[in-house]
Design a binder for this molecule. Structure first.
Ligand SMILES: [Zn+2]
Length: 1064
């Protein structure tokens, strides 16, 4: 997003978008053949309870009995072990072109590297496979010394780089192989002794010292205990102690919403008047068009507004930066849920960056083992309750009464709280991170690994991309995570593939060229991926010489597909991050793409969506392979021509990566943006070989997931490399007609390898009340989460439908929801011709309109270049809530007054307020800053005081602004402006804001850069805000059956007709 391409009819900078596989576009990745049950520990302790919450949905491509975890072969400590190639059963993904023959020569010599047993064998014991010493480190390597992580010769299985800790591989073949499975997943963990330390011996350890506790609270709990496990009363959960215990008699009788401190009224009519907003519409007879006062329409000028009452109600919940529900009032029945009309679900950003002082505490249970429910595998959290004098704890998700391991035992005080509460962050905080004990690991956690695949064809060389990439990587070498274990490697390609021997003993890298594209192989596999600290000087020499090596290259071809396969071969041993720099449409070998063209004629037909999904299944297959081997792919695309982002982006979509698109890249213009974004990609904290699962309480379950990932089983998201900039959305549904609990709990568990080499489990827990009142659902709605989920659903829909259909579906949902809400109250309040909506949803219509106009959804053929549309879609599918809202409704601020004011350099408070996104906000005498989180646009009014322009731009201020770049000049005004930009960039570092300058009236740039993004304006065939509100209102209010109108370019005339009908 955010590159300017002069001469290109682009519009909004873009964000990439997910691509689609053939069948169900984005919603969830293909299921990669592993069966959750396959991960099940051998002798399950509670066979019946291993997968209590896993959905019963059929899992595609799985084999029930298949794929038993075996030995250390699998490079996955995550619990999600990449199934052997041959077992890749996803029907949508054809099996890789591999034979099951035993490894010919070395592990690397042929494409699917890992040589695995034949498809039909569920992986026998490891033993036969291992003629080698699987995890033997090179002799002499100390435990923490930098290890080359080089696979041993002829080890077909996964050689582990790191030193062999003290794991007994032999004996652990059967059992331990289960261990790495996400302990957070039901059944994923062997129910072996070490896992439930203290569980078995609990009884014996019930120390005699435990005093009989006679707290009233406890007694109360005791009363609940034997009963049905419906007890999720919020009180019981508040063990943590932040909330004063309720009066003893109260808990069970309380309405869920009446939790102490809970604000919102429960469904009483009284509260309504304050709770909803209303707009007078059409009150001026005969002038429908102006019936709404534009000024009073709600606008999110303060940015994202999160519902506060939820956090107040449940202070022990994790922060909303990690988890947001679309409504924090969970409907008690399916019928209620269906009347809500908006998506019911959550947006999860498991690694969101926390401000200083709010970091997630890391907890090491050491020998105690991680405390989890023995039935549903929920992690101990602030909502579990302790009973039986501290000897038992009740799971808040499934209500099972668990024993407290001896080492974890603590007495309860008079109020029933553990006396050690203060020392137990996991019982007092909604977000914690557990260190996974080493005995859980099949192999030492993988080292951070970066492999760069760089296009060096003529267009890449001429754009300057290679130089920027090489210099940026070099400048980041000290900051790559994981020192001293970090691994690195490079390959380049045009019509052939070039590998680089980086062996530490060399003084400079050796290049090897592979020209056989049909049968790609990797030469010298041992020296192509090297330990960065050991080979540092060779790596530096390589990066220094890379730009000049290809500066005169005239090769126009791209053997991208074969190069991709080679990368997989190289990386499959360890996993890691693959960064692709792609400039030319792949033209040779497997995976070549053709100019599908952006055919004007298919728009508006049933074939339109096909342009937005990959044509060749190769890319999706490759993505599945990458994910299987714990490789996350980030795609950087730079072409000035059509480059089929729809296909290329698939690689990122299904491997949990991202797409960065810089159309018509020129280093002079876009270099800074690429530099920053690549640097962030390389240096931000990354969670490696991760899997994520979200558990929820009885009666509800997540049914679909939306974002960039691969779905491993029905509810297990595979994320080979995930970071703080990625969010995942999911839809929730009720499994039972009626929920009997008063509270529903959610728990996000992300199992991953930290760059430091520690295996961790990050756990976020939250509770939400169950309500019987539809109005309450609306009042507790979270517009940010709703818009995030709606946008993903809409973008996915464009992969199987026309753009217009996707927009209509979105509009219909908004209308239905507001209509339902209106019906709730219109009678009592004689609302007549007024449009009403809950306070919580007051920005929903505007965000909906903005979504209509966003790059992935807007207009038709001519409104966004196809590649940009796809790229924007890929990006929007990953954005966290706040980032997405900023993109949809960017900030517009007037700056000239601030710059003229004699205020301190740091006085940012006096910067003007955000303005409505409309041309009416722009004064020809002013200077404005538009910021959508991906770029800045500085707009110079036609009659802006000349000295301001002079101060900011110098003598160039009279030139065409597309050729002028902003830099700091020696005057106060310039310094102030640059300081503002710097501050804004720092506050939102996930993407670099490229700064564009535009003068009022400078067309077409002004239109492309700014005017099309003023979402409140009527533009081309799209509605302005007022028209949009009127249209929604008409449709909500129409008493006829004519409910839904087509929103299209032809809408205006239709509107008049409808308006007439309404005025009857
Ligand atoms: Zn449980």
């Amino acid at each position: 997003m955010g590159t300017e391409n002069p001469g290109r009819p682009t519009s909004r900078p873009v964000a990439p978008f997910p691509v689609a596989q053939t069948m169900s576009p984005f919603s969830s990745g293909p299921v990669v053949g592993s069966d959750p049950s396959g991960f099940r520990p051998a002798p399950p302790l509670n066979p019946q309870s291993t997968m209590p919450f896993s959905s019963s949905r059929p899992v595609v491509g799985m084999e029930a009995s298949g794929f038993r975890p075996t030995g250390p072969l699998v490079p996955d400590t995550s619990g999600f072990r990449p199934p052997p190639l041959t077992r890749f059963n996803d029907p949508s993904v054809p099996p890789p072109p591999t034979s099951n023959a035993p490894p010919p020569v070395g592990p690397f010599s042929r494409f699917p590297t890992p040589q695995l047993p034949s498809t039909t064998q569920p992986f026998p014991q490891r033993a036969p496979l291992v003629g080698q010493t699987p995890f033997q480190p090179p002799p002499g390597q100390g435990l923490s010394s930098p290890v080359p992580l080089r696979p041993q010769q002829q080890i077909p299985s996964v050689p582990m780089g790191s030193p062999p800790q003290s794991v007994n591989y032999t004996s652990s073949n059967l059992n331990v192989s289960q261990l790495p499975l996400d302990p957070s997943f039901p059944g994923s963990r062997p129910n072996l002794q070490p896992f439930l330390p203290g569980y078995a011996r609990k009884q014996s350890s019930s120390d005699p010292q435990v005093p009989p506790v006679q707290s009233p609270f406890l007694a109360n709990q005791g009363g609940i205990a034997p009963g049905p496990p419906t007890t999720s009363s919020p009180f019981v959960g508040h063990q943590g102690g932040y909330v004063p215990p309720p009066p003893v008699a109260a808990p069970l009788g309380l309405q869920s919403m009446q939790h102490p401190g809970s604000g919102p009224p429960t469904g009483s009519i009284q509260g309504l008047v304050e709770d909803f907003n209303s707009l007078s519409i059409g009150s001026i007879p005969g002038s429908i068009e102006t019936g709404v006062d534009l000024k009073v329409l709600p606008r999110p000028l303060d940015g994202d507004v999160e519902p506060k009452s939820f956090a107040q109600m449940y202070p022990l919940n994790c922060n909303s930066r990690y988890l947001r529900l679309t409504t924090s009032a969970i409907p008690s029945s399916q019928s209620l849920a269906s009347r809500w009309h908006l998506p019911l679900g959550a947006v999860v950003c498991p690694l969101a960056e926390a401000p200083d002082g709010e970091e997630v505490p890391v907890i090491n249970f050491a020998s105690t083992g991680i405390i989890r429910c023995r039935r549903c595998r929920t992690y101990v959290n602030p909502y579990v309750t302790f009973t039986d004098a501290g000897r038992k704890w009740r799971c808040n998700i499934c209500s099972l009464l668990n024993d407290v391991p001896g080492e974890y035992f603590a007495h309860l005080d008079a109020t029933g709280r553990r006396v050690d509460l203060e020392q137990r962050p996991e019982l007092t905080q909604g977000s914690v991170e557990f260190v996974a004990p080493t005995e859980y690991m099949v192999r030492p956690p993988m080292p951070p690994l970066f492999f760069f695949l760089i296009d060096v064809s003529i267009s890449a060389a001429r754009s300057g991309m290679i130089e920027v990439v090489a210099k940026t990587i070099r400048s980041c070498l000290d900051e790559l995570p994981g020192f001293p274990r970090t691994q690195i490697g490079f390959a380049t390609f045009d019509s052939t593939i070039h590998f680089y021997n980086m062996k530490s003993s060399l003084t400079q890298p050796q290049m090897m060229v592979v020209s056989d594209l049909d049968d790609v192989f990797v030469p010298l596999p041992d020296d192509l991926l090297v330990n960065l600290s050991e080979s540092r000087s060779v790596v530096e020499t390589f990066l220094d010489s890379l730009p000049s090596m290809f500066q005169d290259n005239v090769n126009v071809e791209s053997a991208f597909g074969p190069a991709l396969k080679a990368s997989l071969m190289l990386m499959s041993q360890l996993g890691g991050k693959l960064l692709i720099f792609q400039n030319t449409l792949p033209s040779l070998g497997v995976g070549r793409l053709k100019l599908r063209g952006d055919d004007l004629r298919v728009y508006g037909t049933d074939k339109e969506h096909a342009l937005r999904i990959p044509e060749d299944p190769f890319y999706k297959q490759m993505a599945a392979e990458f994910t299987k081997f714990q490789i996350g792919v980030n795609v950087y695309a730079f072409s000035d021509k059509y480059t089929d982002i729809a296909s290329l982006g698939t690689l990122a979509k299904y491997s949990g990566g991202q797409v960065n698109y810089y159309p018509s890249f020129q280093s002079a213009t876009h270099g800074e943006k690429l530099r920053h974004e690549l640097a962030r990609d390389l240096t931000r904290e990354t969670a490696w070989e991760a899997v994520m699962r979200v558990r929820c309480g009885k009666g509800v379950r997540f049914t679909s997931y939306h974002g960039n990932f691969m779905l491993r089983s029905t509810d297990l998201l595979a994320l080979p490399a995930v970071d703080c900039d990625k969010a995942f959305a999911m839809q929730l549904s009720l499994e039972e007609t009626l929920l009997t609990t008063q509270t529903v709990y959610f728990q996000v568990a992300l199992l991953y390898t930290a760059s430091c080499g520690e295996r961790r489990i990050r756990v976020h827990t939250a509770a939400a009340p169950v309500v019987q009142d539809l109005g309450e659902m609306y009042r507790q709605a979270d517009t940010g989460a709703i818009v995030t989920l709606l946008s993903r659903l809409a973008i996915e829909k464009t992969l199987s439908h026309k753009l217009e259909d996707a927009r209509n579906a979105l509009q219909l949902r908004i209308i239905k929801a507001l209509k339902e809400y209106r019906n709730l109250y219109s009678v009592q309040h004689r609302l007549g011709g007024r449009m009403i909506f809950p306070e919580s949803l007051k920005f929903l219509p505007l965000y909906g309109l903005a979504l209509f106009k966003s790059t992935p959804l807007r207009g038709g053929y001519s409104d966004a270049a196809l590649d940009e549309r796809c790229a924007a879609g890929y990006t929007m599918m990953t954005l966290p809530v706040k980032k997405l809202l900023k993109l949809l409704y960017p900030s517009l601020i007037r700056l000239d007054e601030y710059l003229l004011k004699a205020s301190a350099l740091d006085d940012h408070k006096s910067i003007g307020k955000r303005l409505p996104l409309s041309a009416e906000s722009l004064d020809a005498r002013g200077l404005y800053l538009f910021d959508d989180g991906f770029r800045f646009i500085i707009w110079f009014g036609r009659v802006l005081a000349p000295d301001i322009a002079m101060n900011l731009l110098g003598p160039e201020c009279a030139a065409e602004l597309s050729k002028v770049s902003l830099s700091e000049r020696d005057n106060e005004m310039s310094r102030k402006l640059m300081k503002i930009l710097k501050k804004l960039r720092e506050s939102d570092p996930s993407y670099y804001h490229l700064c564009h300058l535009v003068r009022q009236g400078e067309q077409p740039r002004e239109g492309v850069l700014l005017l099309t993004n003023l979402v409140e304006d009527h533009m081309g065939g799209t509605n302005g805000y007022v028209e949009w509100i009127l249209q929604i209102h008409r449709q909500i209010d129409l008493k006829t059956a004519l409910l839904i109108l087509q929103l299209s370019a032809g809408y205006r005339s239709l509107f008049v007709v409808i308006a007439g009908a309404y005025e009857e």
